[in-house]
Design a protein around this ligand. Structure first.
Ligand code: 1GP
Length: 256
């Protein structure tokens, strides 16, 4: 199964940009929350839902995937963005199989992946092998604390590029630069540009993207897919606003 990977590579080649809405199962709970989410994404064809979080109760996680999948009506791919090996659900469409390559903690480079692999082998989930790079967002984040790893320094784009390149040589397909959920500052544009130049696979950028201009700057610097989580919780209209910009941008490319 290679559909989403092929789609992401094709969009990346064409310069088409995409948007993912990250749903944290601990923050979106209860009937009303699901009704609100369905209302909020009814007006536009979002590209992806991501589901995951750092501290998630297994039951909330499974309910969240089920509800998001129901809301997506099989139109919007639901991609797991797991905070641990326990965040696997066969009801999603794909999983970002992350290796925290910016860190030096074997548990998050390969340990969690070994624990998840046998379960994943029994599902039909599309596995998207992803080099995950945590970047200093000028606020300590859950990922930093839980993974006990140092983020990439903001002023070292060359280190980020070398890390991505090493990931590419190890066979990883996608790359994710993340300043962490609720970061004060998003990933610097220079770092996105450096990684974009180093690797040609689809580049995901997230963390602290809480306005149209921050999303725009990430795309302009070379991100293919921008992820919005916290920003959408604080500003209910944000995803629709960003999508509006994205639609105009992609339409101007003149690709079918
Ligand atoms: C975090 O990239 C995601 O891992 C999204 O971050 O919640 O800050 O949008 P925000």
């Amino acid at each position: 199964k290679n559909e989403l990977k092929a789609l992401l590579f094709q969009r990346s080649r064409e310069g088409r940009k995409s948007l993912a809405w990250l749903i944290d199962p601990e923050k979106t709970r209860g009937k009303q929350a699901w009704m609100d989410l369905a209302d909020r994404c009814a007006g536009f064809p979002l590209d992806f839902f991501f589901v995951g979080g750092s501290l998630v109760h297994p039951e909330n996680f499974l309910t969240c995937v089920r509800e998001v999948k129901r809301i997506s009506q099989n139109r919007i791919p639901v991609v797991l963005f797991p905070g641990s090996f326990q965040q696997v659900s066969a009801e999603a469409d794909a999983i970002l199989f992350l290796s925290l390559i910016s860190g030096r903690n074997p548990e998050w480079l390969i340990g969690q992946q070994v624990l998840a692999a046998p379960t994943l082998a029994e599902t039909d989930l599309e596995i998207l092998s992803t080099g995950y790079m945590l970047v200093d967002g000028e606020r300590s984040t859950s990922v930093e604390y839980i993974s006990q790893t140092l983020p990439l320094p903001r002023d070292k784009p060359d280190l980020a590029a070398a890390t991505a390149l090493a990931g590419k040589f190890l066979g990883l397909s996608l790359f994710y630069l993340d300043a962490g959920s609720g970061a004060r500052l998003p990933v610097p544009e220079k770092m996105i540009q450096a990684v974009r130049t180093a690797v040609d696979g689809p580049l995901i950028v997230g963390g602290g993207i809480d306005s149209v201009s921050r999303a725009q700057r990430a795309w302009d610097a070379g991100a293919d897919l921008v992820v919005i989580g916290n920003g959408a919780e604080k500003n209910p209209g944000l995803v629709a606003e960003v999508y509006q910009y994205l639609r105009c941008f992609n339409a101007s490319l003149n690709v079918n």
